[in-house]
Design a protein around this ligand. Structure first.
Ligand SMILES: [Fe+2]
Length: 284
């Protein structure tokens, strides 16, 4: 695909590209919008530098791609229920997203994409890694792909809401869980392990360590060995890219065909982001 309105510069072999020539605070026209969409489909995660976005402009950009999600667990930004503050203060020990995952996969209709905007970043550290789940699927053996073809897996939000974990009691972390979400009641949904992306038509692997608990019809113990293999396989280094944030960078990833991992390697420093999460469709 050639681009007429934006410049697209891949940052790794597997996925990820920096986009130049667009100001996301402006009302982008249809031609630019469709090139951004194309760049997202081709690169799975796209990055923009030096953007100056108010919360309303951030939400307006997200709304071009779909309706916005209000996170069921985290406390939102004051006055902006659709904005999730992703915040780590210098004294915090925990961040959010420090395991390979795709956002809110426990919902019946999980997210299509997340748009994260950096207000303040550490001097170094706090990078985010992404992994291409088309490649993860395509590089499995034929036998494994056939076995997984008709299987589904159970996804649960318990890692976020179960009050037995310190983070869920709001200890050591500044991105807070709502009081009413601290409950043993789980949001549970089942999704295909091999999902077909509705826009690209490509198949990808759709299980993640944070939210997938077991295969449908099997116990957690029975599921664990194969899930562990799939988690490790899904994050092989050659399927990944790593993004170094700067103040006012934006990352926009497709949650349907990627996983990501937020590194917690900047003790004593502050990292402050805003996330807008675009709703998606039920995986098929
Ligand atoms: Fe995330």
């Amino acid at each position: 695909m050639t681009y007429e309105h934006i410049e697209v510069k891949p940052i790794a072999g597997a996925l990820g590209a920096e986009i130049e020539g667009v100001d996301l605070s402006e009302d982008i026209g249809n031609a630019v919008f469709s090139e951004i969409q194309q760049a997202l489909h081709e690169n799975l995660v796209i990055f923009f530098r030096d953007q100056d976005l108010t919360p309303d402009e951030h939400k307006d950009f997200g709304r071009r791609f779909g309706t916005l999600n209000i996170h069921p667990q985290y406390v939102p930004l004051d006055g902006h229920p659709e904005i999730l503050p992703v915040l780590k203060e210098p004294e915090d020990t925990l961040n959010i997203g420090a395991s390979w995952h795709t956002d809110v996969s426990f919902l019946e209709q999980p997210s299509m994409g997340s748009i994260l905007y950096a207000h303040e970043v550490p001097r170094a550290g706090g990078d985010t890694m992404f992994a291409n789940q088309y490649l993860a699927y395509e590089s499995l053996s034929e036998g494994m792909r056939e076995m997984l073809a008709d299987m589904t897996a159970v996804h649960s939000d318990r890692v976020l809401s179960n009050p037995s974990s310190a983070a869920n009691r709001n200890e050591g972390r500044s991105t807070l869980i709502r009081e009413e979400a601290m409950t043993d009641e789980e949001i549970v949904n089942e999704h295909p392990i091999v999902r077909t992306h509705v826009e690209t038509g490509r198949k990808c692997l759709y299980v993640n360590r944070a939210f997938t608990t077991r295969f449908s019809g099997m116990t957690e113990e029975e599921s664990k060995p194969l899930l562990e293999f799939l988690y490790a396989h899904a994050a092989r280094p050659e399927f990944t890219c790593r993004f170094r944030w700067e103040k006012h960078s934006v990352a926009f990833w497709d949650n349907r065909c990627t996983q990501h991992y937020a590194l917690n390697d900047y003790p004593g420093q502050r990292r402050a982001m805003h996330r807008v999460t675009v709703n998606g469709e039920r995986p098929v």
